[in-house]
Design a binder for this molecule. Structure first.
Ligand code: NAD
Length: 361
């Protein structure tokens, strides 16, 4: 038998519940080594508030080098009240921006999956939500957040300007990523823009239409962003992959997240060129519950499943993790954040143990 190559995973657990939830994701990754024969090497680095305390910077050089040399990065969460009033360069979030930039991560992926057994946790009606399993692919490094900004005094008072700029190569690379992802899923892509008003959106749509013939197996629809915001609430289960520019993606991915109803379940991936990616839960460091052993590790475990699928192409292992999560939830096990009155709850470690034990080849 040919041994699979060892994949290097840089682990930056960060602050608050970060180390607690990351430990459970590592447990699950180690279980995939046993079940499928894959090999991982975990290297740990300081990041965020703890790095500020110990090294005087949120993103120490050696942590950054470790991430650049890795095949994938697993991130917990950063931040907490201790560092909230620090100057900008000594804030944990500055480390997050730094690492995304250094790794050239331009695509942010946020799945929103509604689990039948948790359907009551959402504010929407179950019949609308049932079957929802979508992913928002958001362009992360261009558009209005990064364009030129200024203010100027005029005879009518002060004006403020934010410029939105997109180049063809910037659009092409994110759109190709989205088509590729759609191809691995249900083969449906919704491209969201505002082409009736914005020039950047017209260039976006032209580029999408030019690339589409390369993916004849993927069904494409164009949706205007205002309509997309409505359709996400009206027919969420009809979406598969949604691709859009930075600001629209920022808003729509949060809207999609709320379909599921629980922050402790939401995973994410950020990708650049090649296979390397950064995988992290959507939630923060949850200082209010840190150290209590009650955090929900599912968001981080599902982020590890995304790593298996997107960076390593280990679809069998990714399927096994996702199936195990579903099984454990269906069996009624709940951490406190997703429990209803009267449910018996499990802690962080027990949830990780249950998921690892439910995995099968
Ligand atoms: P948060 O996501 O940390 O917490 C919001 C609420 O959700 C809290 O009540 C928390 O207990 C709960 N929660 C979050 N994750 C949970 C989990 N896995 N299991 C159970 N409950 C969970 O957001 P916040 O309170 O606004 O921010 C706290 C800190 O985290 C701040 O310093 C903020 O800057 C930072 N933050 C970091 C990231 C990141 O690292 N990517 C993202 C968001 C916020």
């Amino acid at each position: 038998m040919i041994m699979p190559e060892t994949k290097k995973i840089a682990v930056i657990a960060g602050d608050g519940i970060g180390p607690e939830v990351v430990a459970e994701a590592i447990k699950v990754l180690k279980r995939t080594e046993e079940l499928f024969g894959y090999r991982f090497e975990f290297e740990h680095g300081l990041f965020g508030g703890i790095a500020i305390d110990e090294k005087g910077t949120p993103l120490p050089e050696d942590t950054l080098r470790m991430c650049q040399a890795a095949d994938a990065v697993l991130l917990g969460a950063v931040g907490g009240p201790k560092w909230d009033n620090n100057p900008k360069e000594l804030r944990p979030e500055t480390g997050l921006l730094g690492i995304r930039k250094a790794l050239g991560l331009y695509a942010n992926l946020r799945p929103a999956v509604v689990f039948d057994c948790l359907i009551g946790a959402s504010t929407l009606k179950p019949e609308v939500l049932r079957g929802t399993d979508l992913i928002v692919v958001r362009e992360l490094t261009g558009g209005i957040y990064f364009g030129e900004k200024y203010r100027r005094d005029t005879e009518n008072g002060q004006i403020a300007v934010d410029t939105c700029v997109y180049s063809v190569p910037e659009i092409e690379r994110i759109v190709r990523r989205a088509f590729e992802i759609a191809r691995q899923r249900r083969k449906k892509l919704a491209s969201v823009d505002k082409a009736n008003v914005l020039e950047t959106s017209r260039l976006w749509r032209e580029t999408v239409n030019r690339i589409a013939p390369e993916y004849p197996d993927v069904e494409l629809e164009h949706v205007l962003v205002d309509n997309a915001a409505m359709q996400l609430l009206r027919r969420p289960a009809s979406f598969d992959v949604i691709v859009t520019e930075n600001m629209f993606g920022d808003i729509l991915s949060d809207e999609a997240a709320m379909l599921t109803g629980s922050i402790g379940m939401l995973s994410s991936a950020s990708l650049g060129d090649g296979n390397r990616g950064l995988y992290e839960p959507v939630h923060g460091s949850a200082p209010d519950i840190a150290g209590k052993g009650i955090a929900n590790p599912v968001a981080t475990i599902l982020s590890a499943a995304l790593m298996l699928r997107l960076s390593f192409g280990y679809h069998d292992a990714a399927d096994a993790v996702e199936r195990a999560v579903r099984e454990v939830l269906d069996a009624g096990h709940r951490t406190a954040d997703i429990a209803e009155a009267g449910d018996k709850t499990v802690g962080t470690t027990e949830m990780g143990d249950l998921i690892a034990a439910a995995m099968r080849n």
